[in-house]
Ligand binder design. Sequence first.
Ligand code: OAD
Length: 245
Amino acid sequence: MANDDIHQAAAALRSARRVVVLTGAGISAESGVPTFRGPEGLWRKYRAEDLATPEAFARDPILVWEWYDWRRGIIAKVGPNPGHLVLARWEARFPAFTLITQNVDGLHALAGSQRLLELHGNIWKTRCPEEGRIVENRNVPLSPIPPRCAFCGGLLRPHIVWFGEGLDPGVLGEAYAASAQAEVMLVVGTSALVHPAASLPLAAAESGATIIEINPDPTPLTPYADFPLRGKAGDILPRLDAALD
Ligand code: OAD
């Protein structure tokens, strides 16, 4: 990645007041969390229909919970990387900064990000489908599987948006509002194939925002990017951050 590109992107960012960042699995890849669609991606080895749909959960809740328990075990062993840490610091740097993530791994919060919109939920939370109560559960491994609601005894589910389900309208509304008002939007480590998340940068671009994409590979959003920065988030974000001063 040429330094010139980083410096031009940094110049756009330096003068911005309203900055939005959308992250995907790629930002956690360097921490050791598997992505979904790369060569080693989860959806290459597992069928989403068997593990990440309401129908799959109704059919076999133990199988679904065992799979999430395995993923929780991987995530519990790793920590935030320099990419997450830069984004946590940017919260204080820009007057209006919104971090939107598709990730459920909780690594942005561990890095120190406090204002965070988790579009697809959080793997460390359970939800009671009967009562809607959301409870944090950090036990690794989970026991028992499947976990049950301490209040009503019903089967708990992961607090994660599955295929075929809608996103929380409040969270999605905030994400759209921030994106539509952004002066600069960064899109980091997402294949930009899953909507509505992938529509957020389009809303920003339509409102005239400068779009910076950080990804080793091109995506469907690349044609809309003013600055497509090719490389790893853990490398490019610290360089972009250093170029702001
Ligand atoms: P994907 O696995 O689809 O895409 C990961 C992206 O990260 C790819 O474009 C990679 O090129 C890029 N990438 C890989 N390593 C990187 C690195 N070190 N730095 C920067 N980028 C890197 O993951 P998402 O786009 O997040 O849904 O997938 C979206 C949703 O699909 C997920 O939230 C998940 C999945 O089904 C739910 O869990 C509900």
